[in-house]
Design a protein around this ligand. Sequence first.
Ligand code: PBE
Length: 267
Amino acid sequence: GETASIGEQIDYTITGIEPGAGTTELARDTLEEYENLEGWNLLESSTAGMLGALEEAVKNEEPIIITGWTPHWMFTAYDLKFLEDSKGTFGGSENVNTIVRKGLEEDMPSAYTILDRFYWEPKDMEAVMFDAQEVPFEEAATKWIEENADKVAEWVEGVEKVDGDEIELVSTPWDTERASGYVVKAVLEQQGYNVTLTPVDPAVMFQAIATGEGDASVAPWLPSTHASFYEKHKEDLVDLGENLKGTEIGLVVPSYMDIDSIEDLQP
Ligand code: PBE
């Protein structure tokens, strides 16, 4: 008989992550935009659930399609590929930006200057995430700061120290943002700030900065992943631009699967 199609083998289901993730929103759009994905479903669960399903599939060399992103250790642990996205529904290569509440520049000029200067490369973020598989993120961040004292010195050069001023950083609950969040937290603490770092859903993060409940975030993935939240709140926040360039999200499969593009999937 005929070999079952990939769709039949995986029950026309894409293994997704948290309902509140930007990736989930763009995956829902993707299912609507591609006619060949009619009848396909997105399983919304959690990052841990997705990674568990991925591990299981790879172990058995079975087909699986996940919503994935880079930087992430999944690409080092397994041989994976992004499916080509001819309609661009996942937005291609993007960045992580820094946003702050209105008035922060006047209220906390030292923190504002450091946040404005904060910029690093995917390899830096990956180093923190790699170490954090063995030690807490806080420790991995401190180690990175020690090993990159030159870079950190540029961020804080000429910045006046403060005496315990409180600053609220808002972030999201993924490792990429744990890495950046803990690094920025530690740098601000060295400068005398009393820092809280709170992980929330992306929608809540943007809202917190727009209402001034939170002071700053280094976690927005733009211009695509968090586009809808950004559009909603952009008039009420200050965008300080990229702090990292070259992230990507999309549909991801193990390399042993014989497809390359979202359009290869059959309804
Ligand atoms: N992520 C990681 C997040 C942002 C960082 C791609 C899973 C998302 O909102 O989709």
